[in-house]
Design a protein around this ligand. Structure first.
Ligand code: NAD
Ligand code: ZN
Length: 355
């Protein structure tokens, strides 16, 4: 056990393992009637032999991609469970990225009022972010995560071996969130800055370094979640880069993986931090170098007013004013800073010139 996350009366072990095969022993420590494994079709193709070797009573596969976080896909999974007559004493295991984790989390928390769940995140983003903290959710109409619950798993098993099959864009996406933790909560993550500017594959093929970065990131998330499970003020800090990042993500219709939009969002929010708090712009240069190294360029120009209007509809804004997390310095943040539209327009103008 790497550490125990404490939520109300519950201890949630976050376990690190080196070999994927060790998962079997961890599952064996639970009592259950049926073992129900959920994954997506792509992960299943890559890890078929391993998943089969766990001898699931039932195996349920989602299509890969965000589409699986829909009401229809949720109901299809529920129908399957009902049809198989699966009871509350089953053990659910979610093997996959954030999409599988979020939808299975929601299934587990609602099916017969709750079935025990184990998260086995297989993307970098899900290891350092989505599997930790107990948020589950599906999308509704065109809005993300509008229906969901807080539901803590019995255990989270992290095996960095899964990262070996992950495409570069998904590694970079997870790195975006890791860098966010570096700028907001743990500056030691940025101690490896030069390595980030090299090949991202390179970092995550260095087992020790990968493990260190993942652990430091999880520590950041755990620290915040333990203090503040239900998203009041403190948890806001995790949204650094996300106000602009989400707007770009919507505007460009998910053209890049999530964490890449967060890198872009952090650049814009750092420019704003510079205008308001004189935040050091060399940090922006660092992020730009990462994007350049990985050939990330916005596919076409954006409409500044439209981006601002998307931000106003962001669920985090009370009374439609735009609030965000800004930085005075690395790991010295200001929560809920209310930004006026004129300044935002200017920020986006500077931003579009450099990305
Ligand atoms: P994802 O689950 O869509 O995975 C990305 C792609 O990688 C998919 O095609 C998947 O099939 C594939 N994949 C997964 N593991 C692989 C592996 N080991 N090797 C090769 N390919 C693999 O995306 P994600 O980035 O993991 O998660 C994004 C989702 O997480 C979003 O829906 C977002 O809303 C959610 N999220 C939730 C929270 C939370 O707190 N619950 C936090 C952040 C993000
Ligand atoms: Zn994010």
């Amino acid at each position: 056990i790497y550490l125990n996350l404490k939520r109300e009366e519950k201890n949630i072990p976050i376990v690190f393992i080196e070999r994927i095969e060790e998962i079997r022993e961890h599952l064996a420590s639970f009592n259950y009637t049926d073992l129900v494994i959920f994954s997506d079709k792509l992960v299943y193709r890559l890890y078929k032999d391993f998943i089969e070797s766990l001898k699931p009573t039932y195996l349920y596969l989602f299509d890969e991609g965000e589409e699986s976080k829909s009401i229809e896909s949720y109901l299809k999974a529920i129908d399957y469970l009902l049809e198989k007559n699966i009871d509350r004493k089953a053990l659910f295991v979610a093997i996959g990225g954030g999409v599988v984790g979020d939808v299975v989390g929601f299934v587990a928390s609602t099916y017969k009022r709750g079935v025990r769940l184990i998260h086995i995140p297989t993307t970098l983003l899900s290891m350092v972010d989505s599997s930790i903290g107990g948020k589950t959710g599906i999308n509704y109409k065109s809005y993300k995560n509008q229906i969901g619950t807080f539901y803590q798993p019995e255990m989270i098993i992290i095996c960095p071996k899964f990262l070996e099959t992950l495409p570069k864009s998904e590694i970079l996406s997870g790195l975006g969130e890791i860098i966010k933790y570096g700028f907001t909560l743990d500056r030691s993550i940025l101690g490896m800055k030069e390595r980030f500017e090299k090949d991202v594959f390179d970092i995550f093929h260095d087992r020790m370094l990968a493990m260190q970065l993942i652990k430091k990131s999880i520590n950041c998330k755990v620290k915040i979640v333990e203090k503040d499970e239900k998203e009041s003020l403190l948890r806001e800090v995790l949204n650094f880069g996300h106000t602009v990042g989400h707007a770009l993500e919507t505007y460009y219709n998910y053209y890049f993986s999530h964490g890449i939009f967060i890198i872009l969002g952090m650049i814009a929010e750092m420019i704003l931090s510079n205008m308001i708090f004189n935040f050091d712009l060399s940090n922006v240069d660092f992020l730009i170098r990462i994007l350049e190294k990985n050939n990330i360029k916005l596919p076409q120009k954006f409409d500044k007013n439209q981006i601002i209007s998307i931000m106003k509809h962001d669920k985090k804004n009370i009374n439609a004013s735009i609030r965000m997390v800004l930085l005075k310095d690395v790991c010295d943040y200001v929560l809920g800073y209310e930004v006026n539209e004129d300044i935002l327009y200017e920020v986006l103008g500077r931003f579009e010139k450099i990305v």
